[in-house]
Write a protein that binds this ligand. Structure first.
Ligand code: ZN
Length: 493
């Protein structure tokens, strides 16, 4: 996501100090069955992420989500269901889904009513019969969705979950708000395709990630829209929007289908900047290779929320971002577009790897901006260098975030600076090869900080672990290669 025009709020330092989760993502936390055990046992309630240890679940992998939403009106509860096709990775006596808010009605497993307990954001499901390891199974959850349940973070995320618009909604699931939309395996390392069925009142339109595969008018005048995400996606990158929309179709490089989704009265006011998307894609393809999905578009958010989000194949960009200066608009548009390569196609393995997603987005956003009337890139990096020890102190080193400061400046300019340092170290040509290798090797996969360090070392033909480790971890900012005059300001407070 990006919010560079949004004023920063104060870090919740007390919370930052309180939350220090040391668990590494080596496997599901607790309760997991030993590999040798064949007796059914409970799936782990979380994947042990260093930031959000209970997000995601152990014991199964989701193959597809099929979601039904019977939308009524903004801020109005409505009926919904989720059908989840999954495969057990251990013999399961019970398992969890991540689910928050909403009113639960029923859960079946393979068509039979299951016993359920809601425990915080965990929906604990005990099927009538244990699930054998390696076997597919189907969970169906029916519920009344509650779009008034919104959560808030005091970093760049602000509000997340269902975000209301005057006549509908957009989604802001990042970082762990998909569980407020549908029951899921809500962690960025887990991805599955999604089929969306969205029924709207006459006169409204629905859109979601991927391709429109059906639009049926019902006898009562309501309209059922079906979308297929095409590629698997992480739950935090799901998008589903409802409103009085105009669909603006276009064509990008190599015939790539472009589809902007714009509130009717914002089509003309936002056209000047939206029509730059094809040029943005061409500029990025020169640096990162082919665009990774089957289509792209901008969803213009009719909301005052000051945050854009890289929802897969359909970036959410608030209207204010498209009604200001061209430099500001292009920074946001390019930032979310970069994420389609890094963050969406190349996913992150844990939330501690977020610097890879946001650092890359900011790195290319700033380079593009320099070439198109914005700030000088090196000057912005020198400014970030000056603050880097302070940011390490306040927000954690680039690859060492804690929960309250996950989406703070260190993950943006502070992490772009790590990539700048690497480019200074290995040279522009080798850096370009590392970047191409990165988005190619891990296309459609998840990758960790160590994966990036290892790949950079391999491409550069030198062990870069000793160079990158101090940049990514620890309290002190290393010297900047080629810039011995750059100075880090002392830490205050
Ligand atoms: Zn971003």
């Amino acid at each position: 996501m990006s919010t560079f025009r949004t004023p920063r709020r104060r870090a919740r330092l007390a919370l930052a100090a309180a939350i220090t989760v040391a668990a590494a993502l080596t496997g599901p936390v607790s309760q997991a069955a030993p590999a040798t055990s064949t007796a059914p046992s409970p799936g782990a309630p979380g994947l042990g992420d260093p930031i959000f240890p209970l997000d995601g679940n152990g014991g199964y992998e989701v193959g597809r989500y099929t979601l039904d939403f019977d939308w009524q009106a903004p801020r109005t509860p409505f009926e919904a269901s989720a059908t989840i096709r999954a495969t057990a990775t251990q013999a399961l006596s019970r398992f969890d889904l991540d689910f928050a808010g909403n009113t639960l009605h029923s859960v079946t497993v393979n068509g039979k009513t299951a016993t359920t307990v809601r425990d915080g954001d965990e929906l604990v499901i005990t099927p009538k019969a244990a699930l054998p390891r390696g076997k597919a199974f189907t969970v169906k959850v029916t519920y009344t969705a509650d779009p008034t349940r919104i959560r808030h973070r005091d970093d760049a995320i602000e509000d997340y979950g269902w975000i209301p618009t005057p006549d509908g909604t957009v989604l802001y699931p990042q970082p762990d708000g998909a569980k407020m939309i549908f029951p899921s395996n809500d962690h960025p390392s887990r991805r599955a395709p999604i089929t969306f069925h969205i029924t709207t009142p006459a006169g409204l339109s629905a859109v979601a990630n991927g391709k429109l595969t059906g639009r049926t008018e019902q006898a009562d005048g309501r309209v059922k829209w079906t979308y297929d995400s095409e590629q698997p996606l992480a739950t935090q990158l799901a998008q589903l929007a409802i409103g009085r929309f105009t669909f603006v179709d276009g064509t990008g490089p190599h015939g790539l289908p472009l589809r902007d989704v714009v509130p009717d009265d914002l089509v003309a006011p936002t056209e000047e900047y939206r029509k730059l998307t094809a040029d943005h894609i061409a500029w990025l393809e020169e640096r990162l290779g082919p665009y990774p999905f089957d289509r792209y578009g901008v969803l213009v958010g009719d909301t005052d929320l000051g945050v854009a989000l890289e929802t897969q194949s359909l970036s959410l960009v608030p209207k204010a971002d498209l009604l200001g200066t061209r430099v500001d608009a292009e920074r946001n548009l390019v930032h979310e577009l970069v994420h389609q390569w890094t963050g969406d196609s190349v996913g992150i393995k844990t939330w501690s790897d977020l610097w890879l997603s946001e650092g890359h987005a900011r790195f290319y956003e700033r380079q593009y901006s320099q070439e198109h009337g914005g700030d000088d890139f090196e000057t912005t990096m020198k400014t970030a260098y000056t603050s880097h020890d302070q940011w390490r102190h306040d927000y954690g080193a680039p690859a060492e975030p804690t929960e309250p400061n996950l989406f703070k400046r260190m993950r943006y300019d502070g992490s772009a600076l790590v990539l700048f340092a690497l480019r200074e170290k290995v040279g522009e040509e080798t850096f370009g090869k590392i970047e191409r290798a990165w988005v190619t090797t891990y296309k459609g996969k998840t990758a960790s900080t160590q994966d990036y360090v290892d790949l950079a070392s391999k491409v550069a033909g030198e062990d870069l672990d000793g160079f990158l480790h101090p940049w990514l971890y620890g309290a002190k900012t290393p010297p900047m290669p080629n810039h011995p005059d750059w100075v880090v300001a002392p830490v205050q407070g």
